[in-house]
Design a protein around this ligand. Structure first.
Ligand code: CDP
Length: 223
């Protein structure tokens, strides 16, 4: 039996990363932020002076990802985010990053009994048979405010309007692309975090996910 998987997809800065981390801690699962793979690829292309729209440049960077740089604050800049969104529309790049995600799901690090993976296409493409699926969203203004605060904390100075424009443009591009577009899987539960703080959003996520995992977790008691 494949380990448990919770797929957390959603719009940019919707809070899916925070929710995924908390769900992983709650269940003792491993967490994968798949957006980091695209951002690491983008950083690699930009540092090499390449073009994020070029399949050759993006593929070379995707194949040379340095996972040790996953915490690099430069990954969070909107330049890197926009470049990530551009190369994420290239089918060959997505194919190159797919194996890492499927391997993570099949063998969660630390022999964890499951994983929580967040991104755009986890419930639709990477793991369509995930045990539980969430689609996280919030109004663009609320998401921009949260991301603006997060960036300020990292010392990245942007106006809230700049952050809003970047999020809206990136979501539109992510929804419009032909390969693995951003969309809610038919069997994903929608979680709107517009009016929810972190604790309330986590409680809501847990209430949606728990019943879907119950049967599998009972079949495989831990400890
Ligand atoms: O943190 P935020 O929601 O702003 O973005 P992210 O999850 O780090 O993803 C950055 C970009 O990578 C997205 O705008 C997508 O274009 C792309 N991405 C994707 O195509 N598929 C994923 N599973 C994750 C990210």
């Amino acid at each position: 039996m494949r380990p448990c998987v919770i797929a957390v997809d959603g719009t940019a800065a919707s809070g899916k990363g925070t929710l995924a981390r908390r769900l992983a801690a709650h269940f003792g699962f491993a967490h994968l932020d798949s957006g980091v793979l695209y951002r690491l690829t983008a950083l690699g292309v930009l540092e090499a002076g390449g073009d994020p729209g070029s399949e050759a440049d993006a593929l070379a960077a995707a194949r040379a990802i340095d996972h040790a740089r996953a915490g690099d604050p430069r990954l969070r800049s909107d330049r890197v985010g926009a470049a990530a969104s551009r190369l994420a529309a290239i089918a060959a790049v997505r194919a190159a990053l797919l194996r890492y995600q499927r391997d993570f799901i099949a063998h969660p690090p630390g022999a964890a009994p499951g994983s929580v993976v967040d991104g755009r296409d986890i419930g639709t493409v990477i793991c369509p048979d995930a045990d539980a699926k969430l689609f996280v969203d919030a109004t663009p203004e609320v998401r921009a405010h949260r991301r603006w605060q997060e960036l300020a904390g990292l010392g990245i100075a942007r106006t809230e309007q700049q952050v809003l424009d970047e999020l809206v443009n990136r979501d539109a591009a992510d929804r419009a692309r032909t390969v693995a577009p951003l969309r809610q899987a038919p069997d994903a539960a929608l979680l709107d975090t517009t009016n929810l703080g972190i604790d309330a959003a986590f409680a809501a996520a847990l209430a949606l996910v728990k019943p879907r995992l119950a049967a599998k977790l009972e079949a495989k008691p831990r400890g």
